[in-house]
Structures are given as structure tokens and as C-alpha cells.
Design a protein around this ligand. Structure first.
Ligand code: FES
Ligand code: FES
Length: 169
């Protein structure tokens, strides 16, 4: 039996220790906000926090979280500054990647209250978005951190390339 804290509540599971945390969260505890994208740690859709650190739950064995504190998107309670900024910037398109994006972004704010554009790119660039919402994501992170990102970015389509391409432009 594996015990851990899930969004502040002590829980236990008898899942095999090598079961990916993602499936325990989704299938056993019915928290469906955390998504399955690639299953090989390449996209970030499955990002959750383990003791405040962003991890990819699709490859993270549940046996590794004994007594750790797991936070999923549901654990942010729609009250995290990042979630507020996400709404204000109307970030999601299809939405599939978004919980992972927010969970990844939330760890940046915890580490760096005033991230530069480069800090944001470096922290977020491994979270993929098929809808190319990168500029809105970047803007929302900035807004959450500084409460004033409007006008910082060049006008034009918000659906462009990738973070790295933005840096090069
Ligand atoms: S589903 Fe975990 S990184 Fe893609
Ligand atoms: S909003 Fe569709 S994949 Fe990111």
C-alpha cells in the first residue's frame, strides 16, 4: 500500500509501484484535469507537482511518491494567480495542454517572482502546445508575475511557432 497526499488529502493506493502516477490520479482518484499526451515525457500535458516540483506523471512511478505531496490542477482551486492570468489572457484554444502548462508555470512563479521573457521561455519551452498558444501562455505567465503584461508583446497572431522561434525573431 502506498500512501501520499493528494491535493492536501491523505490517500492510499494498492496500485503496483511501477504504475505511472498519471493513471493513479486519473483512474483511481478520478481527477481528469491531468492529461495524457505522449506518455514518454516529451510534451508536458501530464505535469503535476511533487513536493512543489513539476514532474511528468506519465513516467513517474507511483511507488516514488510515498508520503510526498502531490498537487494536480484541481488542487490549485481555480484561485492560483496563474489561473487568473490564464483567464484574463484567454490562453486556451483546444485546452488539452493547458493544465500541464499551468502546473509548469506555477513552479516558475514559486522560484522567481519576476521572471524575464527568457526565464519564461527557458522554463516553459518543453511544454508543447499543438494549438501554438505560446505567445498567450508567455503573456499570461508575465501577467501573473508582474500583473501588467499587456502591451509588452508585439501585435499580431498569438498562434505562432514556438518559444524558441520567438526568441530568435
Ligand atoms: S504525457 Fe507526459 S510528457 Fe507527454
Ligand atoms: S491549447 Fe490546444 S494543445 Fe495547447
Amino acid at each position: 500500500m502506498i500512501e501520499f497526499y493528494l491535493n492536501g488529502e491523505k490517500v492510499k493506493t494498492d496500485a503496483a509501484e511501477d504504475t505511472p502516477l498519471l493513471w493513479v490520479i486519473r483512474d483511481e482518484f478520478k481527477l481528469k484535469g491531468t492529461k495524457f499526451g505522449c506518455g514518454i515525457s516529451m510534451c508536458g500535458a501530464c505535469t503535476v507537482h511533487v513536493d512543489g516540483n513539476a514532474v511528468r506523471s506519465c513516467i513517474y512511478p507511483v511507488g516514488a511518491v510515498k508520503n510526498n505531496r502531490i498537487t494536480t490542477i484541481e488542487g490549485l482551486n481555480n484561485s492560483h494567480p496563474m489561473q487568473k492570468a490564464w483567464v484574463e489572457e484567454q490562453v486556451p484554444q483546444c485546452g488539452y495542454c493547458q493544465s500541464g502548462q499551468i502546473m509548469q508555470a506555477a513552479t516558475l512563479l514559486a522560484q522567481n517572482a519576476d521572471p524575464s521573457d527568457e526565464d519564461i521561455v527557458n522554463h516553459m519551452s518543453a511544454n508543447l502546445c499543438r494549438c501554438m498558444a505560446y505567445k498567450r501562455i508567455q503573456r499570461a505567465v508575465k501577467r501573473a508575475a508582474q500583473d501588467s503584461a499587456v502591451g509588452v508583446y508585439e501585435p499580431g497572431s498569438d498562434n505562432q511557432g514556438s518559444y524558441n522561434q520567438q526568441v530568435e525573431v
